[in-house]
Design a protein around this ligand. Sequence first.
Ligand SMILES: Cc1cc2nc3c(=O)[nH]c(=O)nc-3n(C[C@H](O)[C@H](O)[C@H](O)COP(=O)(O)OP(=O)(O)OC[C@H]3O[C@@H](n4cnc5c(N)ncnc54)[C@H](O)[C@@H]3O)c2cc1C
Length: 379
Amino acid sequence: MKFDIVVVGGGLIGSAAGKYLSQQSKSVAIVGNAEPADWQSHAENFGSYYDQGRITRGLDASPLWSELAVASLEAYAEIEHQSGIRFYHNAGAVQVGPSPRKTDDYIAKTAAAGFANLVDFQNYTSEQFQTICPQLKFPADYAVLHESIQGGYLNPRELVEAQLKIAKDQGATIIREQVNHVETRTDDVKLVTGQGTEIVANQVLVCAGAWSDYLLDANLGLEVRPRTILLARLNAAEANRLKDIPSVVFYAGVSHPDLTGIYMLPPIRYPDGNIYLKIGGKVVDQYFPESADDLNAWFKTDGSKVETEALKHEIYQVVPGLQAEELIVRPCAVSYTPDGNPLWQEIEQGRLYVCAGGCGAAAKSSNEIGRRAAQMVLG
Ligand SMILES: Cc1cc2nc3c(=O)[nH]c(=O)nc-3n(C[C@H](O)[C@H](O)[C@H](O)COP(=O)(O)OP(=O)(O)OC[C@H]3O[C@@H](n4cnc5c(N)ncnc54)[C@H](O)[C@@H]3O)c2cc1C
């Protein structure tokens, strides 16, 4: 098989990049693993988007991340319209942290980036916010930045499906295979998949998420961090009590010593028919996988016990009186770059490129990150 451009990895960034590339070239393929039906028997790479909710917000302490998020938020309506797939829910989102009067400048930086990027948000103390949302509780005299209009969450599976549908409608070929070998040659790049398929392309863009460095072996400096999330199953009454809470990002000043921050999504219905409240965080204790096999093995575990216990503690602090029928643990993984920004890099001049390093925050911004990756490839 021969294509003008191949995108390796059809997750959140790869599907967006493939969409933009297929607007410019009639010979584009997106080659990547599909979501496994059964995690335990899955013998290939996983992905970081197998879920029903990812927080979306324009506010971020980093001006670049805020800019990428705002540009992506502005594109959601068009993606939904073009694909016919709804993935965005503007449930509102809050950023919570110690008041800038008291301690570090996390909240001040976040607000400054918000002003610079024209994000619509309101600034409350935790006490004021409790009168707006009595179901949630944050420490006294903290600051709460509330994006009530554009913030909320998106369904990452449906966003991927929407981007791939648009790419396909524009003529792209979707190949559900894993690439195991990448070879740059004088005039092209040869890829070999796990099924032995040989694919040749003039240009290749690798968007294999946390697996990118393992595939390219190019010392990209990506730090892969396994993560554990907790899903609280809610009965109908509890789901109804909590139905109006916003997405929460609480990245400074949480109470548990093993966590540097947490995030939480409002109640969302999952494919098993149940409604879950999801909480995840940044844990201090870390295990770093050294290979794709190590990372894939992590997805077959029950996650980190330390992280699970810390999240169990924190969920009841933020949602006092939470009535959970059951707490379910799921493993996942994110990858960080040395500078904390997404990585757009040319590996072999004019031939091989990579875009990865979502830093645990790229779902909401994946459209703009993928658009810029496509621009890099097209020069
Ligand atoms: C638990 C959790 C919660 C998160 N919460 C948020 C949030 O609230 N808001 C937010 O904005 N972001 C969030 N993120 C981050 C976001 O999901 C990631 O930044 C995003 O998925 C990165 O996109 P990606 O395309 O780089 O990787 P992925 O979405 O993982 O896509 C990579 C794709 O490449 C495939 N692949 C891997 N290896 C190969 C190969 N060799 N050949 C072909 N294909 C391959 C994978 O199977 C996958 O399909 C969260 C992440 C996790 C894990």
